[in-house]
Design a protein around this ligand. Structure first.
Ligand SMILES: [Zn+2]
Length: 364
């Protein structure tokens, strides 16, 4: 049997080779379904193409936990032909470098075939680019950055799309590892078109495609911020650029993290408000769900070598820490096994109980 490390890295490397751009997620959708089928994990597609997988049974006292990750990554879409030139529009927060410098890209189709090309600045509309290729590329094709698919060196995992294939692989590992071992319903939710405004997640939340009492855990990469260090463990996310998350939901992760730490000193985690971007938990929070998040601190966010707004920064593969990824997977596995309901939240109970000796000093 595979270890959690072997399983999760195997899944991550399988996903990593698949290009994906908002609205063009078919390759990773098919791969996720193949993996779920292989392990006999039940799932369904909603009418928007989001995938909802589930393990465990409904419990009358334990609310479901829904781990959510997105299947797309920022890129471009060829939208029109102008005077014989193909014009592509950004889909998601692409590095500004790519609008201002010739950049290596490839287009891909539903079979996974790649056509290499470059993009160059379009002086007539600086928010778009001109696509240059010797081969025929059609209008309506997606473009992604021509970067390495997957590489592990030391503690660093480099990928074109760590955001958010790391989240998808972590969720798949949790479902596989916990199949038949959980006391509540656990959902694995794989969404579409996150990078253009959390679209898949907003639709799931709006239409209550997962039950309203689900505790939603966003599993995301999130750009490194000054208080966070890559390699010091996954981040229990108290909020994002838009929302503050829920304390009970967060406490489930913290109880799990403390248990893991008690068993193994080498387990690491961090806790912070990851304010660089908005994650899918916000879409669920806005619709009344209890939410929290796990973040893998991310380098080269959205393939920007320095920062997204830096027009001279360059393009590179994204990276996360191997240690952060593996500890994040362990955290999800541990959290899914907890049999704690809101009225028995141990962190809240500790604060509610006031030591009598101190109380009496205030009244004597
Ligand atoms: Zn993301």
């Amino acid at each position: 049997m595979k270890t959690v490390k072997e399983l999760s890295l195997g899944l991550l490397s399988e996903l990593a080779i698949l290009p994906s751009v908002p609205f063009y997620e078919s390759l990773i959708q098919a791969k996720i379904c193949k993996i779920l089928n292989q392990y006999s994990i039940s799932y369904f597609f909603d009418s928007f193409g989001n995938i909802i997988a589930e393990i465990g049974e409904e419990s009358d006292h334990l609310d479901p936990i829904a781990f959510v990750a997105h299947m797309d990554h920022p890129g471009f879409e060829i939208e029109r032909n102008l005077d014989g030139k193909l014009i592509a529009f950004p889909k998601g927060g692409i590095p500004q470098f790519s609008l201002n410098h010739e950049t290596k890209m490839f287009s891909f189709n539903e079979l996974g075939e790649r056509i290499r090309c470059t993009i160059s600045p379009n002086s007539e509309n600086p928010k778009t680019v001109i696509v240059n290729s010797e081969d025929l590329i059609e209008i309506g094709s997606p473009l992604t950055f021509d970067l390495i698919d997957f590489q592990i060196k030391g503690d660093k995992i480099s990928m074109r799309s760590a955001d958010d294939f790391a989240g998808c692989a972590a969720i798949l590992t949790n479902l596989i590892e916990n199949l038949g071992k959980v006391e509540r319903k656990i959902f694995g939710v794989f969404t579409r078109a996150e990078e253009v405004g959390l679209i898949g997640a907003r639709l799931i939340a709006r239409d209550e495609i997962i039950p309203k009492n689900s505790i939603v855990v966003s599993v995301e990469t999130s750009s490194v911020i000054p208080v966070i260090k890559q390699g010091d463990g996954p981040v229990i996310r108290t909020g994002d650029a838009t929302y503050t998350f829920n304390s009970f939901a967060e406490n489930l992760l913290r109880v799990a993290a403390n248990q893991l730490k008690d068993r193994d000193e080498s387990f690491m985690f961090q806790r912070s408000l990851m304010s660089a971007g908005t994650c899918e938990a916000s879409a669920f929070a806005a619709n009344g769900y209890l939410t929290t998040g796990i973040a893998f601190p991310l380098g080269h966010w959205h393939n920007a070598k320095t920062s997204i707004p830096d027009i001279n920064g360059g393009i590179d593969a994204e990276n996360i820490s191997l240690n952060d990824f593996l500890n994040g997977v362990l955290l999800m596995i541990e959290c899914s096994k907890l049999s704690i309901c809101q009225s028995k939240d141990p962190i809240a109970q500790k604060l509610k109980h006031v030591p009598e000796d101190f109380e009496s000093r205030l009244t004597s």
